[in-house]
Write a protein that binds this ligand. Structure first.
Ligand code: FMN
Length: 206
């Protein structure tokens, strides 16, 4: 029997190592690994990269002129089946680290929508799942709302279906992610389930 291996990449955009957000991401990755996936984790803060400078050269060439750690990371992203991007809420949005990565994917957007050199079928997008993981201090229901459009834009650019959110607010009240009643279990279960779903989809496409 052919063994189908699902590749999962987790990217933490939290500047705080092993804090609430990275811990929630780790639980998601544990679930994916227990379901049989191969996993990798990248900490954006440990990479060396600049923000997009808006030169728009990529609109003509399809390539980014800034040769730093973001380009191999975006290459890696395009190789995996499941991508989990994690960020705490900072000032009602995602962190500068994660926004910096998303802005730097503009050359992929240019390949798709301006140069039309990258074409992805609906089937391809269905077989690539994107998950957004986030934590916030406040109890407000709308505390994640400003984050969703940037994540939607990113998954759309790289050709991943925006599969799910794993979000936990009220970190201040719960005194951190370990005090949250459901988030860590939810993250583990969702990690496990997405790999099983991807395995089925991959089997069908072979
Ligand atoms: C600079 C900064 C800005 C923040 N802004 C918000 C905010 O706007 N809304 C909110 O609910 N929490 C806010 N928080 C709290 C964090 O989102 C929360 O503590 C989160 O769980 C931290 O995750 P981490 O441990 O991965 O850093 C902020 C924290 C920092 C450090």
């Amino acid at each position: 029997m052919r063994i189908i291996s699902i590749r999962v990449l987790g990217i933490s955009g939290s500047p705080h190592r092993h804090g609430n957000t990275e811990t929630l991401l780790d639980r998601f990755l544990d679930g994916t690994q227990d379901a049989g996936a191969s996993i990798e984790k990248v900490i954006l803060r440990e990479l060396s990269f600049s923000s997009c400078k808006g030169c728009n050269v990529c609109h003509k060439t399809g390539e980014c002129v800034i040769k730093d750690d973001i380009l191999p990371l975006l290459d890696r992203i395009l190789e995996v089946d499941c991508l989990a991007v994690a960020s705490p809420i900072y000032s009602m949005g995602i962190t500068a680290e994660l926004k910096g990565l998303i802005d730097r994917s503009q050359y992929i957007w240019a390949q798709k929508y301006i140069l039309k050199t990258r074409y992805l079928t609906t089937g391809y997008v269905t077989r690539h799942k994107g998950v957004f993981i986030s934590t916030a201090g406040l109890s407000w229901d709308n505390v994640f709302d400003a984050a969703f459009p940037a994540i939607t834009a990113f998954f759309n650019t790289i050709g991943f279906e925006y599969y799910d959110n794993i979000i936990a607010n009220e970190m201040d009240r719960y005194k951190g992610i370990h005090g949250h009643p459901t988030a860590l279990t939810e993250a583990y279960n969702k990690g496990f389930e997405v790999v099983k779903k991807l395995e089925k989809l991959k089997k069908l496409s072979h």
